[in-house]
Every structure is written in structure tokens, then in C-alpha cells.
Design a protein around this ligand. Sequence first.
Ligand code: MRU
Length: 367
Amino acid sequence: MKVHGQPTRTVWLEADGATVGIIDQTRLPHAFATLRLRTLEEVAHAIRSMQVRGAPLIGATAAYGVCQALRVEASDEALARACAVLLATRPTAVNLRWALEEMRRALQPLPPGERVAAAYARAAALCDEDVAINRGIGTQGLRLLEAAWERKGRKGRVNVLTHCNAGWLATVDWGTALAPVYLAHEAGLPVHVWVDETRPRNQGASLTAWELGQHGVPHTVIADNVGGHLMQHGEVDLCIVGTDRTTARGDVANKIGTYLKALAAKDNGVPFYVALPSPTIDWTLEDGVRDIPIEQRDGTELTDISGRLPSGEVVTVRVTPEGSPVANYGFDVTPARLVTALITERGVCPASPEGLLSLFPERRPAR
Ligand code: MRU
């Protein structure tokens, strides 16, 4: 996608062939700043502190973290240590585990002397695969937006509600939930996005609004609690969200508050779609509510809020009373029964074991 008109990915290799470049997403929307990551520790910090975030981008960046570790030492122990350090950065998004397993599978059989070059090659390939997958999700999801447009008799605009940021900033490029939106916009379909602010870190208000604005996609930021009201008044044609981990039966973990939007959608007959690349499927889990680990983050994300003063200075202020305890849950799980369909790179399917297996038959247990 583009930043100030220039094609840009969210993670890249610098011209020296070793340093990793990222966009510092903690600075958006007030400043577009990039960072250079040269060590395993810097990559781990970038993921932990959410300078990079979003399930697919976490995985892609972690792959480059392995490269940085192996540059220092390429032994079996160093590879295992790097994977352990990176895996511990964030617990919910399964793309992290998937990317590290991919790296290990590619590197472990090689002699240490060949590992560094192979690691960079595999990390670059993972990034390219992510871009292709998300483009595929866009193509599949575009049909749903076109169908919504037809249902409206090609009048007005197609109103999409999304939660958090599942756009190109959350992936290497294109995004998941927003990929169909970008393709629809490019195709001239009048699409408008309701952007949930997504407290506590405001990824909707800060990131989704920013990237939609960069691409000229009509959008409106709303407080987190507005979606139900809009649905009751026919102002939402469909919801599309991303996911950090989807179980084999179609339960979906995503940013905290997603579940409430799915409940409101069900009550109002609004289709609720979840867009996901296949590496986000955790085939080892069935019951997402019981088994998906939910990240709990530092309470200051809830007690403090930051913003830009008219002078341009970015400041952080406290919004809760001193001493009030807080609990900061990062994600929730939407049960499959509330999901209208899953949008994957291979097609759109029911959120059910059979639905997923119809698109990924290679995952069918051998008899
Ligand atoms: O905590 P974050 O910002 O990493 O959470 C991101 C989300 O919840 C996204 O919706 C999810 O990763 C899907 S991204 C394509």
C-alpha cells in the first residue's frame, strides 16, 4: 500500500542486506517514523512494545528476529533460544508460533554455516507469501462487498464496520479485513467504513483511520460502544474483522470487544465476517473460549491516554483516579456460532470444522 503516495511495506530489509526496517506504529497517527532493528533483542522489543503489531506482521517480523540472532551465533542452541525469546513476546496471535516453526523447519537441517543466508531467504519468502495471501483474501472478500452493493439496489454506499486494525499495518501488505475494502474502493464501489476506536490502545482511531485516510477510503471513527446502535438503525451492511487465532472449529480470537460486536450483529441480522490468512488457524485447538491464551497487558494502557496538543506536542494524561485497580484484557473470543463466514485466501467458508476442512482438505485427519 502507499504512504504519502509511495508504495510501502510494514517490514523490509535495508540495502545492507542485514538490517530490518519497520514503521514505528506507536508513533502513528501523529508521526510516520521508521526504525532499524539490528539485534534479536531489538526485534523482540519491537513486538512486545507494539511498534509492530497485528498477527501476520508479528509473525513476519519475528522471522527476521531469527535472522538477527543467527548472525551472532548460528548453533542449534542459538536457534532454539531465539525462537523461545520471540515466542514469549505476545501470547495470543498464533502467527508468531507458526512463523517461528517455519523458520526452524527450514534452518534446523542445515549446517550452521549456511543458516544465516537461508534465514534471510525464508523470512523474505514468508513476507512475500503474506502479501499474496492477503491479496487473495481481498479478492474473496470483494465478492461479499459486491453482493451487499447489489442487495442495496446499487444505491447509497456499502457500510462496513471493523474493529481494531486488520489493515495493511497489521500485515506485511494489504491487510486482512481491509483488503476487500481496498479492492472495492479501487474498483469504484462506494464503500464506507465505520472504524471502532478500539480502546485501550486505539488501534482503530489511530491506525485504521490513518491508513484508510492515506488511501482515500471514506470512513468515520466511532466510539467502541456505537456499533450496536448503528446496526439497529440499518447503518451497517456487514462487519469484517481480523483474527489473531482461529480454532479448527471456527472460534475466533480478536481484539477485545469483537465478541460484543458479533452479538450485536447477530441480534440485528447483520452479517459478521472474519478475514484470516491460513497461518492464523490453530489446528490444534477446538474450543477457543476455553483454550486460546488471552493476553493481559500493562494497566497503564487503560489508565493513561495520549494525544497531540494543538502545538504538535504529544502528551499522555491519566483518565482514571489514582489507585483504582484496572484489568487490561487484550483479546476476546467470538464463538463460531456468531460468525457468518470466514474469508480466507482459498475462499469463503462457514465457521465450522467442515467449513474449514472443505478449504484445507490436507488438514483432514488420515483414516
Ligand atoms: O494487539 P494488536 O494490535 O496486535 O491486535 C491486532 C488485532 O487484534 C487484529 O485484528 C488481528 O491481529 C488481525 S490482523 C490482520
